[in-house]
Design a protein. Structure first.
Ligand code: B12
Length: 479
């Protein structure tokens, strides 16, 4: 069968677009090696490329991935376009959002919705389509007819780690140069786990996986990393909990070290994992781990409890020390609640200064569909999915929008003082020159280019936010 898998275009409202490979599509393509698959990435190709592919490749099935709520409208636009011009093509969708809210895709431009991990359902679906046999038995699939659900079987979550094949990166080789981190490194996404063992109220990952947590074998992850093209110099671990099974993480680290693979690594890590396993961080640093996102979320324990984070502020603070001592730069994330008042913003800024956190990120707490938080505030949501990028408050803020966004911007500006970063940069180079390893580690890892990129990004962010506030005040955007 001919299958076209499509990543939707960026949402123009999104302040921090993702620029990594469409891993889900590469993995799904690998589950059907006997079929012809093409991947079209509309973040980089113009929409005209879609029409060209449809006319030249003549796919029998076309699928769109929708991991992010901000992509829902884009995805639907693509599906509608295909349906209206090529009504014979069977249209499918899957990913995080349709798994949580299939209702959003109960549309005449959708024939099948995949629920959850699809390594088993997708190849079976393709087999049935080819052999023109019934698909009623396929688990993790919703079947639609004229926008109505005519069949649904829950995902049995029976996928075994060994059932995850190596991604077909060859299918996106023409985009390889475009898949870069925000600092411009050519990056591969490597998946080490699925789902999550934690139960944070602001996150829907554990719910989308129905509570399941799947851990890939270190041997498989190692083989995947070893097979990456040489010109990919960075791996971003595409999961929420790469290091949580510390024995596995240590084994993977040793394998990479013994094989002499020289790449840089980044990903997500909980602060308690860092605190309980500082040696693991040091070992990973030695093989190239140089950046981590750490969900610190709040500046006091009561908020962490409210989020059901099952962690403590003291762990956040100790983790910061360990990472600084180890020389791993990290981006602590602190959630900015729309109910924040000016004192909350000030307290967060003071905390960042006190701990000397160099590159904090302040996502605005967003009720992601499927999360506990969404259930709590869903009646107050006043902006549509286009604004679910963690950079817009989608429920009303306690402060006026103008004051809220100004305080938010100010928090970023306070946390990235150019002069201090320049001093750290100079100090780092001085330490390198003098061979003072300790001082070098304590100093910021930003290059001048990175600092410049950050400054440009902040100007861009400021302009976007000012426009957003103007539109809000004029009542021009609402649900
Ligand atoms: C890696 C990652 C990123 C990377 C890369 C994204 C990219 N491609 O460029 C980075 C760090 C850049 C990133 C950025 C963001 N991310 Co992100 N990210 C992830 C993460 C950790 C893993 C995604 C992944 O690759 N998984 C591995 C693949 C193999 O699994 P999968 O995608 O689920 O696919 C399987 C099934 O879903 C299904 N499937 C998927 N698509 C399709 C399509 C079809 C046709 C079929 C049949 C099946 C199918 O089959 C696959 C195999 O089983 C997820 C969390 C998670 N655990 O899923 C968050 C997640 C998707 N991100 C999230 C968010 C919010 C963001 C940001 C908005 C954050 C921000 N403030 O900037 C940005 C948005 C970027 C953008 N515009 O795209 C949220 C989305 C929630 C939501 N409903 O919106 C998630 C769920 C995290 C969370 N904790 O809530 N992200």
């Amino acid at each position: 069968m001919r299958v076209l898998l499509i990543h939707p275009p960026d949402n123009k409202n999104c302040i921090a677009p993702g620029r990594f490979e469409p891993l889900a599509h590469e993995i799904l393509a690998a589950t059907i090696p006997d079929h012809e698959v093409r991947i079209l990435d509309l973040r980089f190709d113009a929409i005209t490329a879609l029409e060209r592919q449809l006319d030249s490749f003549h796919p029998e099935i076309a699928g769109v991935t929708v991991n992010n709520t901000i992509h829902v409208r884009q995805a639907i636009g693509i599906l509608e376009k295909i349906r209206s011009n090529h009504p014979d093509i069977k249209l499918i969708t899957g990913g995080h959002h349709p798994t949580m809210v299939p209702l959003d895709f109960h549309l005449s431009c959708v024939d099948y919705i995949f629920l959850g991990w699809a390594e088993e359902s997708f190849p079976e679906f393709i087999r049935c389509m080819e052999q023109k046999c019934s698909i009623d038995h396929i688990e993790g699939l919703e079947i639609l007819a004229n926008a109505e659900v005519v069949g649904r079987r829950e995902n049995p979550w029976k996928l075994q780690p060994s059932g995850i094949p190596f991604p077909r990166r060859d299918l996106v080789s023409r985009y390889r140069n475009r898949y870069r981190s925000d600092m411009g490194f050519r990056t591969a996404l490597v998946n080490t786990t699925r789902g999550c063992g934690n139960r944070c109220t602001f996150c829907s990952v554990w719910r989308a996986a129905n509570g399941h947590f799947l851990v890939r074998r270190p041997e498989d992850i190692f083989n995947e990393i070893a097979s990456l093209p040489d010109d990919i110099n960075r791996v971003f671990f595409a999961d929420d909990n790469t290091f949580i099974r510390t024995d596995n993480a240590a084994r993977l680290c040793r394998m990479i070290m013994n094989a002499g693979i020289r790449k840089k690594y980044s990903g997500y890590c909980r602060s308690d994992t860092i605190v309980h396993h500082p040696e693991l961080m040091r070992e990973w640093k030695n093989i190239g781990l140089d950046n981590l996102c750490v969900g610190m979320e709040a500046t006091d324990n009561s908020l962490l409890q409210k989020f059901n984070k099952k962690n403590e502020i003291s762990n956040n603070e100790d983790a910061a020390k360990i990472l600084n001592d180890t020389g791993i730069t990290f981006r602590p994330h602190f959630l900015i609640d729309p109910s924040f008042d000016l004192a909350d913003f000030r307290r967060t800024g003071d905390y960042i200064r006190k701990l000397r956190l160099n590159s904090p990120i302040f996502p605005i707490l967003t009720p992601i569909p499927g999360s506990v938080y969404h259930e709590e505030v869903k009646d107050r949501i006043f902006l549509d999915y286009d604004y679910f990028d963690y950079a817009h408050a989608v429920i009303p803020t306690n402060l006026s929008p103008r004051v809220f966004y100004k305080a938010w911007r100010r928090l970023f500006q306070r946390s990235y003082p150019l002069l201090r970063n320049l001093m750290l940069f100079l100090r780092k180079h001085y330490a390198q020159l003098m061979g003072n390893k300790k001082l070098e580690m304590e100093s910021c890892n930003y290059s001048l280019l990175n600092l410049l990129i950050l400054k440009v990004l902040s100007v861009f962010l400021t302009l976007k936010l000012k426009k957003h506030v103007r539109l809000l005040e004029a009542g021009l955007i609402q649900l």
